[in-house]
Structure formats: C-alpha cells, structure tokens
Design a protein around this ligand. Structure first.
Ligand code: G3P
Ligand code: MG
Length: 243
C-alpha cells in the first residue's frame, strides 16, 4: 500500500510548501498529494484554498493576486514555531524539484469552486517542459477537469475524487478514470471490492488514525493519503494491531 503525503508532510510542516514536500520525501513517502490553483496573471501555484487567508498572512482570493504579489505572502502561518517564512510554491518550481526525487505526485486540480480557465493546459505544458509526465497523475472533484486532461494527455492517469459514490468501479471504468479517490469516512469494503473487480486503483483520503490505516490495509487499498507519512511508513514495515 502506497503512502501519499497529503499537502506534503502537513501534519508537522506548513501544508503545500516546498519544506513540507521535502520532509515527505525524507520520511520515505511514496508520493505527494498537492493542490493547484491559478493567479490573476495565469500562473499555476500550489495552495489548497481558493483564498489565502487560512494558510498565509494575506487576505483574499488567489485569483485576485499576481504571482509577484502572491510570492510575498508567508505560507508558514500555521506553523510559526517550525519556520519563519515559506512562500507559496509555483507548480514550475515544484516540477524542477520533483524531477530529481524518487517519488510520484498526485496533482489535485482545484477547479470545483472557482473554475480557472486553462489550468489543465498550463499544468500539462509545465509537466512536459520539465519532463515529469511519467511521475505525476491528476485528481479532481471536478470530473470534467479530468476528462479535459485525458483529452490533452491520455497517457497521464487520473483519479476521481469523491466523498462517496454508488457503483464506484463501474463509474470510473465507464469514463476511463484509472483511480478512485474516496473520502475515508463512509468508505465501505463493498466500494473497495467493486473497484478491484473493475481494475480501478483506490487511494483513500485523509487517513490520520492507526485504526483507519489498519482497516484499509486489510481491505487491500492501493494507497492512503495522509498528513503523517512518516508514521504510516513505519507501521507498514511491520503491520500490527494496537491494543
Ligand atoms: O486528494 C485528497 C484530498 O486532498 C482531497 O481533499 O480538500 O484535502 O484537497 P482536500
Ligand atoms: Mg487535496
């Protein structure tokens, strides 16, 4: 079972920063999950929310900032004792770094709340430019965004993000989504089995408790997306039940 670091090693470091990504690699994560949005002047940047308020010292929407303005913000707001300053990374900066790492990347296209016209094309263009097409795949709650990436670059797999879905395996197979990415809360063994029957890989989010890790491992899930990749990797070396 693969361990995918949710927004990097976000349980211990400021989410979606290069520091959190580097720490995920050092903890032995198999992959990194991160979220992309787009600035006013069309740059793809890595941040979870549509607004900068929760994770940085700024206010307002990403879409209202130019890249130059956005880069001045401090994305280390939630971990002031860990690091003084960490900028919001650009996706291009991430690609340059990821090319040299022995990990894969799950790019989550954040196109459900604010639809950033052209974000799929721009993201793929950067992946091609930096030769990382074979190390990355897409996921999104907006399944139209996934269809779009598949039209542009059918060789890059995609994962359907959902809270929960009936007939998940058939759904993914029908639309050509190679992976299913459900919320851990409410996930049933039946859903997992349905995916397996249809040849769909299943990566579950966000798994931050040991009971969940154990259960998903028993059910044979392909990957878990967690804020604590180091802890999960340690457990997987010697899977056991906590009393
Ligand atoms: O990709 C899994 C997970 O990140 C989806 O939810 O809100 O954390 O991006 P969210
Ligand atoms: Mg995400």
């Amino acid at each position: 079972m693969k361990v995918i670091a949710h927004r990097g090693y976000s349980g211990r470091y400021p989410e979606n920063t290069m520091l959190a990504f580097q720490k995920a690699v050092e903890a032995g994560a198999d992959g990194i999950e991160m979220d992309v949005q787009m600035t006013k002047d069309g740059h793809v940047v890595i941040i979870h929310d549509e607004a900068v308020d929760r994770t940085t010292d700024g206010v307002g929407f990403v879409a209202d900032y130019t890249l130059e303005e956005l880069r001045k913000l401090n994305a280390a707001k939630l971990f002031p004792d860990v690091v003084d300053f960490a900028p919001i990374p650009t996706f291009e900066e991430f690609c340059v770094w990821a090319k040299e790492q022995d990990i894969f990347t799950n790019i989550e296209l954040k196109t459900s709340v604010h639809y950033y016209v052209g974000i799929e094309e721009k993201t793929i263009e950067l992946m091609k430019k930096h030769d990382v097409m074979d190390k990355m795949y897409f996921s999104s709650f907006n399944h139209m965004s996934l269809v779009k990436t598949m039209e542009i670059s059918p060789e890059v797999p995609v994962g359907a993000l959902v809270v929960s879905l009936e007939n998940a395996g058939q759904y993914c197979k029908q639309y050509g989504f190679a992976n299913y990415h459900p919320d851990y809360n409410g996930l049933t063994q039946k859903e997992v089995e349905q995916c397996k029957e249809n040849g769909i890989a299943i990566n579950v989010w966000t798994v931050n408790d040991m009971g969940g890790l154990e259960q998903l491992h028993k059910w044979g899930c392909d990957g878990i997306i967690t804020n604590y990749p180091g802890v999960c990797k340690e457990w997987l070396k010697n899977p056991h039940t906590y009393e």
